[in-house]
Ligand binder design. Structure first.
Ligand code: SAM
Ligand code: SF4
Length: 465
């Protein structure tokens, strides 16, 4: 596909803006909205775009979903439980609507993009007014107009891989912002449904990304999080062969105080990128590097294209270049056929690397993926036991690794009041570890300097300097 087929045209953008105006002018349109988000940062950012479009259509946010005139569920299907939770909550809203018959219900995102899901919505979830996949997001004004005007259920799923620029965005925070640099994924890890529901990898133009970052800097944003399923392969198919290391270096030059990014695939983590991080002024000393398993045979079956040794080499290289770097990871236990010995390799990798945090998952078969056809599904009780042991080990190690911050100085970007005390605020330090420090509402959105004095349940405590 060439670029003009991927990037949504200006004419189409204008068409959608015209539909937004038409929805706004409808006498019976919803006055308020509520977005329910499942899944990753990508989805959270899509929800910000949904909110932006809905506000352009004249709607105002509603705190509680049961009070809103328009409720939209932005779903995830990476694991089965996320899907079950979403469908359960959609069904619950059907009951709520009995008291509020004009409520409009929509379901969108990755789950709708799954084969068979659109048919299921049409057949079993007739009360859902509108359902659409990830590729249709930018057409929300048109789809909503059709739904409201016709009174019929609208279900739209396309398989096109698009990049939709210039959508209105209602950001959740003023001090920190997501910035997507690429969409989709070409890796086809054998367990993962993302390439099927989010489409093939496509990168945004570097100039557009830089312009967006400059605008965020002008608006006073203090931290940006660059998003992509595999940011390290950024630039494929773009003229001039841009790459992630170069893009990051340019973004570092803009002057936004803090830059983070995720996710990095170990196979594509280049020395150039590590050098840019080491030399960067605003790139935070933190790296999320999903390993998934510590066993080479399982990594091969997962189609991750690296070995345990290669992963450890990348970790060593990162630690040499950025000595106090904070590392985090994703791990899947009970991949089909995983033996206790192979699971022990993952446990030993945790011991060897000592991550600051780890997101741990039990393997969940996803229809259409290669792994779903593999034999050797691990019984639930074995999986539960494995994940319990893995979490216990990580917590024990984390208590130890995080102690290294005690006595050091940290800068935290305050996210909100602490849940435990009204006289304290909490936020993330430069290494992405949560820190609680004395403070009040006025500190929210500010960067505070503090000295780390203690550690309580994986949260650091500090004193302001
Ligand atoms: N692109 C990122 C990467 O390569 O690491 C992450 C994408 S995925 C949304 C986030 C995490 O979900 C993965 O790193 C993996 O650990 C987990 N995951 C993906 N598919 C899964 C499955 N079928 N069962 C359990 N966990 C899964
Ligand atoms: Fe899924 Fe692998 Fe792509 Fe990550 S890199 S989104 S785990 S296929």
């Amino acid at each position: 596909m060439n670029r003009s087929e991927i990037v949504v045209s200006r004419e189409e953008q204008d068409r959608q803006r015209a539909f937004a105006e038409m929805v706004k002018a409808l006498p019976h349109r919803p006055g308020s909205y509520h977005v329910v988000t499942y899944g990753c940062q990508m989805n959270a950012h899509d929800s910000e775009k949904i909110a932006g479009m809905l506000e352009e259509m004249g709607m105002v946010p509603s705190e509680r979903r049961e009070d809103a005139d328009f409720v939209i569920f932005n779903t995830c299907c990476v694991r089965e439980n996320a899907e079950r939770r979403a469908l359960g909550n959609v069904t619950w809203l059907k009951e709520v609507r009995k008291q509020k018959p004009d409520m409009v219900i929509a379901v969108c995102g990755c789950m709708i993009q799954e084969p068979g899901m659109a048919e299921l919505i049409l057949k079993k979830y007739k009360f859902v007014n509108l359902a659409f996949g990830t590729a249709n997001l930018h057409k929300l004004p048109e789809m909503l107009y059709e739904t409201l005007n016709s009174g019929r259920q609208t279900v739209n799923v396309e398989d096109r891989d698009v990049i939709a620029e210039d959508l209105p965005i209602r950001r959740l925070r003023n001090d920190a912002a997501y910035l997507t640099i690429m969409y989709g994924c070409d890796n086809f890890c054998s367990y993962c449904i993302v390439p099927y529901v989010r489409g093939r990898e496509r990168s945004r133009d570097p100039e557009t990304i830089i312009r967006e970052a400059e605008k965020l800097a002008d608006a006073g944003v203090k931290e940006i999080m660059l998003l992509g399923q595999n940011v390290n392969s950024y630039g494929k198919g773009l003229p001039g062969n841009p790459n992630f290391a170069r893009l990051l270096k340019e973004l570092d030059g803009i002057g936004i105080p803090r830059i983070r990014f995720m996710t990095s695939h170990p196979k594509d983590l280049s020395d150039d990128l590590i050098d840019v991080m080491a030399a960067g002024r605003h790139i935070l000393p933190q790296f999320h590097l999903p390993v998934q398993s510590g066993n080479n045979e399982i990594l091969k079956k997962m189609k991750r294209h690296y070995t345990r040794e290669q992963y450890l080499d990348r970790v060593a290289r990162l630690r040499t270049a950025v000595p106090d770097i904070g590392l985090s990871t994703d791990i899947i236990v009970s991949f089909p056929g995983e033996t206790e010995e192979q699971f022990q390799d993952t446990m030993s990798l945790l011991n060897e690397v000592r991550f600051d945090s780890a997101f741990t998952f039990i393997y969940s078969p996803r229809t259409g993926t290669k792994a779903a056809e593999m034999e050797g599904l691990i019984p639930e009780e074995v999986s539960t036991d494995r994940i319990k042991r893995l979490i216990a080990l990580q917590e024990e190690l984390q208590q130890d690794t995080l102690k290294r911050f005690i006595g050091t100085e940290e800068e935290i970007l305050v996210e909100g009041l602490s849940r435990r005390s009204k006289q304290a605020v909490s936020g993330k330090g430069r290494h992405a570890v949560s820190v609680t420090v004395e403070g009040n509402e006025n500190d929210i959105g500010q960067i505070l300097k503090c000295r780390i004095t203690g550690l309580k349940n994986n949260t650091l405590t500090g004193e302001r300097i």
